[in-house]
Ligand binder design. Structure first.
Ligand code: PRT
Ligand code: ZN
Length: 286
């Protein structure tokens, strides 16, 4: 086996763009124009294998690729023996049970004696067994959501993201079985040299993952308001405060979560903060 780290990512689909963007943000350059089955990184000992997402867990389990980026849903359904190394914070979705919207849901026992259409028979079988439910599984590989209207099944077990597809098919989500997102998986029997390479890659990957959903914020603020402002802005350690040439004013720098950021900005403005800048954060190295 070569000493290049081989990563399998989805060739074409919902995860491909984010997976490539992730490698790029990690400073790994791949010539996307020449997208082939296998592409070598220009500046890192890595090659990228482009596959159907369904094939990724198996290929990583048998060592044909060392690592991969794929939905947790696919990992669970494949039952591939791989290590889930990181959650990637994209590709969020869930695998849920849904039933025709006019029916009353009475809890898991509702599914006793029912026929459920799904592309995730193994995950569903496990849930049914754990909950002691006797239901029939009907494997459907595409357009699972039309099964109830088409009389193929009584309910479905499928990927849900916004929920729009369920609604437009007259269905309602009644129980989430798996919360999924894209995950980084690794072969369990990597050589020590490859392990070491993976560790150095994880250092880069973590800096990208940790910068997600965060912004760098700086502002001018009256010196006597700094301690109040610091309470609004908890940073990795604590915010940076620098005196300004103008007497009685400071410059305050910090990292903020994007969620709830506007609330914080309003509070800071109320304290007298001026010239507030919010900047893109490229990497966070803890
Ligand atoms: O060709 P290949 O086999 O590689 O791709 P694929 O068609 O099997 O998978 P793809 O590209 O559709 O999805 C890849 C992965 O994205 C999935 O395995 C999930 O981990 C993740 N993901 C995130 C989703 C969704 N969100 C999603 N919404 N996968 C599928 N969907 C479907 C869902 O089933 C529904 O039918 O999209 C439809 C719209 O969803 P709503 O709820 O937003 O309406
Ligand atoms: Zn697929």
């Amino acid at each position: 086996m070569s000493n290049l780290m081989r990563i399998a990512i989805q060739a074409k689909g919902r995860l491909s763009e984010d997976s490539l963007a992730f490698l790029k943000d990690s400073g790994i350059r791949i010539d996307e124009l020449k997208r082939k089955f296998l592409a070598k990184a220009a500046n890192f000992p890595m090659e990228v294998l482009y596959l159907r997402d369904d094939d990724i867990p198996g290929v990583v389990a048998d060592g044909s690729a060392d690592i991969g980026i794929v939905g947790l849903n696919e990992v669970l359904e494949s039952e591939a023996d791989v290590e889930v190394v990181r959650k990637m914070d994209f590709g969020d979705c869930r695998i849920s049970l849904a039933i025709p919207k006019e029916q009353e849901y009475t809890g898991p026992a509702f599914f006793n004696g029912k026929k459920i259409a799904t592309s995730y028979p193994k995950v569903l079988r496990k849930w049914l067994d754990e909950n002691d439910i006797d239901a029939e599984i009907r494997v459907i590989l595409g357009s699972v959501e039309i099964s109830p209207a088409a009389g193929i099944a009584d309910a479905i077990f499928d990927i849900v993201s916004s929920g729009g597809t369920l609604i437009s098919n007259g269905l309602k989500e009644v129980h989430t079985v798996v919360d999924s997102q894209a995950v980084l998986i690794a072969n369990k029997k990597m050589s020590p040299a490859k392990r070491k390479l993976l560790e150095s890659m994880l250092f880069r990957f973590d800096a990208v993952i940790d910068s997600r959903g965060k912004k760098y914020i700086l502002m001018n603020i009256p010196t006597d308001k700094v301690s109040e402002a610091v309470k609004i802005l908890p940073a990795m350690r604590s915010p940076t405060v620098m005196p300004l040439a103008a007497e009685g004013w400071c410059s305050l720098h910090s990292v903020v979560e994007e969620v709830g950021m506007w609330d914080k900005i309003e509070k800071l403005k109320a304290l007298g903060a001026e010239g507030i800048l919010v900047l893109h954060l490229d990497k966070v190295i803890a």
